[in-house]
Design a protein around this ligand. Sequence first.
Ligand code: B1M
Length: 214
Amino acid sequence: MSDVYTKISEVLIAGDIKEIPNLCLQAVEDGFSAQDIMDKGLFPGMDVVGQRMKTGEMFIPEVLRSAKAMQAGLGVLKDKLTGDDVGAGMGTVIVGTVQGDLHDIGKNLVVMLLEGAGFNVVDLGVDIKPEQFVAAASEHGATIIGISALLTTTMPKMSETIAALTEAGLRDKVKIMVGGAPVTQTFVDDIGADGYGADAASAVEKAKELAQAA
Ligand code: B1M
């Protein structure tokens, strides 16, 4: 059984963009849940990529191939992940990765699950300046702003984004959810955000909570 997950991890680490979707689909057909394929195959593989990146065993082009393989795997699992939790009219969430940060795999996963839960999601993409979050919040009448950061060096941009929303007079109108590997509850409290999700599923739970409180 664990061979399936190990194989998926290995192929992800190898950055085989064509093979990953096939393996993920095959695993689904064989009865493995999309959540398990992600949690026990794709994520552990990406952790290894992160460790090897840190120690210099893998370089950016190789990491990018693994990242693309990850996106391809998540792409085929999307329907399976979001199918059973569909709500409606949950409000609009603006989501983006902060200025200076190009990491988007986790953010995309959060977007996928939020949409599956019935939120209208406006995905701004990566490298989003505080003023872009502000403009999008006004334009779309968002109830929640979701901000992602993967680098310790870009985390301060979350706080700057909150300051920009406050300055624009929008802070009382929106709830702010943050997330990304380096984000902790202490950080959330320090910057005055309304909550965070340690992973995509917790992010959806938090968004539902915040939508009710909005
Ligand atoms: Co980057 N990178 N990277 N990288 N990269 C990390 C983050 C790093 C930890 C690797 C390492 O050294 N071990 C390290 C950061 C160290 C630090 O800040 N302390 C790092 C570095 C240093 C860099 C560069 C500076 C490297 C360089 O150029 N020298 C550079 C920076 C570029 C930039 O952004 N300006 C860089 C570049 C890249 C690539 C472009 C090659 C690629 C990104 C491709 C892409 O995203 N399209 C990349 C990758 C792939 C990684 C690792 C290996 C994997 C990240 C990932 O996708 N994880 C990463 C190491 C690691 O995290 N293990 C690393 C899988 C994803 C599903 O998890 O994103 O954590 P995650 O998302 C989770 C949760 O965090 C949460 O839910 C998700 C699902 O569970 N979540 C939210 C995320 N956003 C959320 C928002 C929410 C709520 C929850 O609410 C709004």
